[in-house]
Design a protein around this ligand. Structure first.
Ligand SMILES: Nc1ncnc2c1ncn2[C@@H]1O[C@H](COP(=O)(O)OP(=O)(O)OP(=O)(O)O)[C@@H](O)[C@H]1O
Ligand SMILES: [Mg+2]
Length: 253
């Protein structure tokens, strides 16, 4: 059975960093892994050291144009197989895992038909992997469109701010309204220092949010990010790497 983990939270809290750390851990453990960037801003590839990726958004746009202006020489094109081959083309083979980028939001017009096809393709694709790690956005766009239907663990990343925790609360509400299949919702507090650790645990308790772990403020992450070095290359003894190991174990790995 494939385990699907999605990471969401307020902007700038560290969703992409947490996704990269989990990808690092799980690929080193030998899991057959698909990393998905489901944020329209598309930061995960760079954080993983991958440049110039094609996106599902481009593939959808391509098919949408073909549907709106069918070519006279090919009126009976098989739309599903076109989209499927585009999706498989887009998958980037990284060392130890695969990467798929959702990309830009939809243009104007109705994408229901294309999204329907995509949903079926994604359902099948996901079953090829042990784990899928999704770097999502707070609005959970791809989940509200049910492109990725079932999530086993939804992780909300927050920083040490009240606003970050409020976003976690809102996401919990959104998930219950979405009627999507989410197994567990957890919170990871990121960029934690000795000064705010107690307050964070208190806030999580007050809001009845299950705190999966607290990742310390790690100067190595800042250093790697600013230097353009992939976070998957962080050393084994970096404090954030050590904490993500504990978190992954709690998730059953
Ligand atoms: N534990 C940490 N210690 C130090 N810096 C961190 C940590 N986690 C993330 N950062 C830094 O915080 C910034 C934001 O991180 P990141 O891009 O992962 O957040 P995000 O939630 O994905 O942002 P966005 O909403 O823009 O997608 C980056 O500069 C990153 O280097
Ligand atoms: Mg991000």
């Amino acid at each position: 059975m494939t385990k699907v983990i999605a990471i969401t939270g307020k902007g700038g809290t560290g969703k992409t960093a947490v996704a990269a750390l989990l990808i690092r851990y799980l690929s080193k453990k030998g899991k057959f892994l698909l990393a998905v960037d489901a944020d329209a801003d598309t930061n995960l590839p760079e954080t993983l050291g991958c440049e110039n990726v094609k996106t599902i958004g481009d593939a959808k746009e391509f098919l949408q144009v073909e549907i709106t202006n069918p070519r006279p020489d090919n009126p009976d094109m098989n739309k599903e197989s076109i989209l499927k081959s585009k999706v498989y083309e887009i998958i980037e083979e990284m060392p130890g895992y695969d990467l798929l980028v959702m990309g830009r939001p939809e243009g104007s017009g109705c994408y229901c038909y294309v999204n329907n096809l995509l949903r079926g393709i994604m359902d099948k694709l996901i079953t090829n992997y042990d784990v899928v790690v999704i770097d999502a956005e707070a609005g959970l766009e791809h989940f509200s469109r049910k492109i990725i239907r079932d999530i086993d663990d939804l992780i909300v990343v927050t920083d040490a701010s009240r606003r970050g925790f409020r976003t976690a609360e809102r996401i919990r509400e959104l998930v219950s309204e979405l009627d999507s299949n989410v197994g567990n919702i957890h919170v990871i507090a990121n960029k934690v220092t000795d000064n705010n650790r107690n307050k964070i645990e208190e806030l999580a308790g007050d809001l009845k949010l299950s705190l999966l772990g607290t990742i310390p403020l790690d100067s190595k992450i800042e250093e790697f990010d600013i230097g353009g070095v992939p976070l998957t290359e962080l050393p084994d003894d970096s404090v954030a790497v050590l904490e993500i190991e504990k978190i992954a174990k709690k998730l059953g790995f």
